[in-house]
Design a protein around this ligand. Structure first.
Ligand code: ASP
Length: 303
């Protein structure tokens, strides 16, 4: 089987490049997804993923991540995790070492430390400045809505919503999906987004394919978006049709302000995506290519 990997946004190129090195040397989809995402978590230029990125409204970085194995349907996730450089790897340990699926906050941190991860704290260049600038704007009352958090929400709407979300198909036909994010910039402390919620931020099943999301996590959670896309693919739609139908459903009800993107790869190696964001790109590489290419997706015409 020809391996394939896809990952969200421009930085997805780095994730896919690393992941495909693993897949092309016979490695597993699960390793490709984890190692690919780690590259983006480590990237000092990416402020929306990884420790040191854009913080919550109180200046604390709270990280969400999850990973899923399409063969066994086993999965692991962490939410609002502080001070750990590779939340995707902690999510994998949750999957492999515990009887649970999701650990959050203090508990997730304790678990990570017990697994041997190091506690660290730093700001990626530019992250603290952006937080301070946003606070200053809020202090000046530049945004007029009733509550403080309401103002924050309006102020940051559309900014810095970029999770690294990846799906891989390996040479044995096994699939995996994963994602990692700082979550929405200036979110409320304790807010956990779609990236930690299985079925919302990701879902994958070898018998069908996988899907991952990025954008306003509340929308993905509300519509169980990744699972919805996998179900639509299982009913016979190709990945593009499945993504478009699922996005159309979110737009029909519009329960939350904010756009969302969903990216899917089926078990035949076919890819599709749809979104209601201003713009969306993803990285793609299959076994016949020597490097990833970036693909732009037009905003869903039903928006
Ligand atoms: N989906 C993420 C969240 O809501 C944000 C993003 O994709 O950047 O936490």
């Amino acid at each position: 089987m020809k391996p394939v990997m896809v990952a969200t946004w421009n930085f997805g190129v780095k994730a896919v490049s690393k992941g495909m090195d693993i897949l092309l040397s016979g490695g597993s989809a699960l390793d490709a997804v984890e190692e690919g995402i780690k590259v983006v978590e480590d990237d000092l230029e990416v402020l929306s993923v990884g420790l040191g990125g854009l913080p919550n409204v109180e200046g604390e970085v709270e990280l969400d991540a999850s990973i899923m194995d399409g063969g066994t349907l086993r999965c692991g996730a962490v939410g609002a995790l502080k001070d750990i450089r590779h939340p995707i790897s902690v999510a994998r340990k949750v999957m492999e070492l515990t009887p649970h699926v999701l650990l959050v906050g203090e508990g997730a941190l304790k678990f990570a430390l017990r697994c041997g991860f190091k506690r660290e704290r730093f700001w990626k260049p530019g992250s603290r400045e952006r937080w301070e600038e946003m606070l200053e704007n809020l202090r000046k009352g530049k945004y007029e809505v009733e509550s403080f958090y309401g103002r924050v929400w309006k102020a940051v709407g559309g900014l810095w919503k970029e999770t690294v979300s990846a799906v891989a198909l390996d040479a044995k036909g096994c699939m995996a999906a994963g994602n990692s994010t700082t979550g929405l910039f200036m979110k409320m402390p304790g807010r956990v987004g779609d990236s930690a919620v299985i079925g919302a931020g990701l879902y994958v099943d070898n018998r069908v394919g996988g899907a991952v999301t990025t954008g306003t996590g509340e929308v993905a959670i509300n519509y169980c978006l990744s699972k919805r896309v996998c179900d639509l693919m299982a009913s016979g739609l190709n990945p593009k049709e499945a993504c478009e139908k699922a996005i159309a459903e979110t737009l029909y009800r519009r329960n939350f302000d904010g756009g969302i993107a969903v990216l899917a790869l089926n078990n035949k190696g076919e890819v599709g995506a749809a979104h209601s964001l201003k713009e969306f790109v993803y990285a793609y590489q299959d076994g016949g290519m020597d490097k990833p290419e970036l693909r732009k997706v037009e905003r869903f015409s039903g928006c």
